[in-house]
Design a protein around this ligand. Structure first.
Ligand SMILES: [Fe+2]
Ligand SMILES: [Fe+2]
Length: 168
């Protein structure tokens, strides 16, 4: 990576990181949906997959707006979070306990995205780019809602998981 001279340089690096993160998630979310036992959780993952497709589209719009390409960087954090999600998918577990673990893995992803989009939206604001800022805030809101949905679904699943195999 060349020397970062301004916040704008770092902003572009962060957008590249996000673009990679979302692209990786596009591949991981269908696997999470497939591994989920609860129909509600499956649906939440599928819904977030379509949102993620739109989020990739927004980043591409941002790329066009800024005249910068966002390819060529790998988000290592997302790679690690997805790797942990894969461990959950492959783990031998009572279905409801696996669902609880899938929710935990997914919420870690959402929180990473919330932090990244939150920072990026702040930078866009400081750079006086309203268009890019609003595109980033749109996604930030979706990530927040995805996280809240998971919290809601977890309310029942975690309680059922307390009982574990007894309810199988
Ligand atoms: Fe996302
Ligand atoms: Fe997300």
């Amino acid at each position: 990576m060349s020397k970062l001279k301004t916040l704008e340089d770092f902003f572009i690096e962060e957008l590249k990181d996000l673009y990679s993160a979302e692209k990786q998630l596009l591949k991981a979310l269908p696997k999470m949906a497939k591994a989920a036992d609860s129909p509600e959780l499956k649906e939440a993952f599928q819904n977030h997959l379509s949102e993620t497709e739109a989020q990739v589209g927004r980043l591409e719009k941002i790329s066009g707006n800024l005249g910068k390409t966002l390819t060529g960087k790998k988000c290592k954090a997302m790679e690690g979070l997805i790797e942990e999600g894969k461990e959950v998918i492959e783990q031998d577990a009572v279905p409801v306990v696996k669902d609880a673990a899938l929710i935990a893995a997914a919420q870690k992803v959402e929180h990473y995205e919330i932090a990244s989009y939150g920072c990026a939206a702040t930078y866009a604001k400081l750079l006086n780019n309203n268009k890019v800022e609003s595109l980033l805030r749109e996604t930030l809101e979706e990530e927040g809602n995805a996280d809240k949905t998971l919290t809601q679904i977890a309310e029942n699943i975690n309680v059922e998981a307390l009982e574990g195999a007894e309810t199988e």
